[in-house]
Design a protein around this ligand. Structure first.
Ligand code: GLU
Length: 442
């Protein structure tokens, strides 16, 4: 196989979210696994809804995720090419002007439904005479343009879905150009895929039917037709569509919540596949394990809880060098607290406890006990001090189990949970620990 060329083609009409990022990553990983090229195409033919901010946001989010592209371009800069393709299709009799208003089309569909027929466009526009067209235009109507489907069967072997067959006679001729002259994404996408010699179109399965029509457009315009891989859509943990919650699942939101890029990438690339959902620390590692043969046909379940636990796992093994610009404290501090955080911002709480002056909590009944602990502590603590302290207190008091260590943990940290106390004691140092055990701010 020649090295693949793939593309991710978001419209800059919104933010990148877990759904379209999954599509982006599938493209990236496939390209990586085959030594191919990843192209970023910005589908901004809808000039009304596309914005420069969203476009920049897409590029920033992809970069944050660790994705880079070999080539990038915007559709809004290529209208000449689309016009040329349009003229070619018109000359071939495959693109025809239609003058129905959307109300008229609605009415037609209703009548078809009442008559028990499928709501397929009736191709009345194909029979219009030149006079009728002029009359419509004189009325002020501007045509929209439909692609004339073959009415035959389009088949392809989908890399995820296997053998696909679409009966084109069951579909309406798709509108390629709106009444205002603007292009829907269908034709520009094919023109760009031909020009960039895209070898594999990898996208969500909501595009399966489009692929039928686009394959016919590819054939009408060139000898080039890519392979297709349609990946199942994401659903929530409850099996329901994510569409209503997708705004809160944007990269910006997740980033703000403290989710690391590789937690997102690992989850999105492993759910819905035969691989276990586990953390990977680089896109390269995910790429080495990627294969379409592992991608299942059932919807992939996206559960935010998994995102948090993968995030925690990732941080637990992250070396200090990778986070030193983002966390307070030094390497020993990071190495001890990292096992107790889910998000990097959780470090701040431990920094408050370890690095800033504070006092813990000591119950009335525990005062003498904590005082005895303070008195026992040597001037400098080592890794063994905690176990020596516990052994001493066990011997000299009647306490055991939780009543033995919890008052100490509370006095030293104010928390019921946290890093192991031998580590904590070591981090705090003798002076701070003694003062806190005596109820002082230190
Ligand atoms: N802009 C289209 C979309 O976001 C691209 C679809 C495709 O990958 O061909 O749905």
């Amino acid at each position: 196989m020649t090295a693949p060329i793939v593309r991710f083609a978001p419209s800059p009409t919104g933010k990148l979210h877990v759904g379209n990022v999954r599509t982006a990553l599938m493209n990236v990983l496939f390209a990586q696994s085959q030594g191919g090229t990843f192209v970023l195409r910005i589908d901004d033919t809808d000039v009304e809804r596309s914005t420069a901010e969203y476009e920049q946001g897409i590029r920033d989010d992809l970069t944050w995720l660790g994705v880079s592209w070999g080539k990038t371009f915007k559709q809004s800069e290529r209208f000449d090419m689309y016009d040329e393709a349009r003229d070619k299709l018109i000359a071939a009799g495959l693109l025809y002007p239609c003058y129905e208003t959307s109300d008229e089309l609605d009415r037609q569909r209703k009548l078809q439904r009442v008559a028990g027929k499928p709501p397929i466009y009736n191709r009345a526009a194909l029979d219009l005479t030149a006079e009728q067209k002029s009359a419509y235009e004189a009325e002020g109507r501007t045509p929209h343009w439909r692609f004339k489907l073959s009415g035959g069967t389009v088949t392809w072997t989908d890399l995820v879905r296997g053998e696909q067959s679409i009966d084109m006679s069951s579909l309406s001729d798709p509108v390629l150009i709106r009444g205002d002259g603007s292009y829907l994404y269908t034709l520009p996408s094919v023109v760009d895929d031909i020009e960039a010699q895209i070898t594999h179109v990898i996208r969500g399965e909501d595009h399966v039917t489009n692929s039928g029509a686009q394959i016919e457009i590819f054939r009408a315009l060139s000898d080039h037709c890519p392979e297709f891989a349609h990946t199942p859509l994401l659903v929530g943990a409850d099996g329901k569509s994510l569409s209503k919650r997708i705004g809160s699942l944007s990269m910006g939101e997740l980033r703000q919540q403290g989710i690391e890029p590789m937690a997102i990438a690992s989850l999105l690339c492993k759910i819905g596949t035969s691989d276990a959902v586990e953390i990977r620390t680089s896109l390269q590692d995910l790429g080495k394990e990627f294969s379409f043969s592992k991608v299942g046909r059932a919807p992939a379940r996206f559960d935010e809880k998994d995102l948090i636990s993968l995030n925690a796992k990732l941080l637990h093994d992250t070396p200090y060098a990778d986070v030193k610009d983002r966390v307070p404290g030094d390497e020993p501090f990071w190495n001890i607290v990292r096992a107790n955080i889910e998000k990097i911002s959780d470090v701040d709480e431990w920094a408050e406890i370890v690095l800033k002056p504070m006092s813990g909590t000591i119950a009335e009944d525990d005062k003498d006990f904590c005082e005895a602990a303070a008195n026992f502590l040597p001037d400098s603590v080592t890794a063994e001090t905690w176990s020596a302290l516990i052994a001493h207190l066990k011997e000299t008091t009647s306490r055991k189990g939780k009543t033995l260590f919890m008052p100490l943990r509370l006095a030293l940290t104010g928390q019921q949970h946290g890093p192991s106390m031998d580590d904590m004691l070591h981090l705090l140092g003798a002076e701070k620990a003694q003062a806190r055990l005596r109820g002082e701010v230190a």
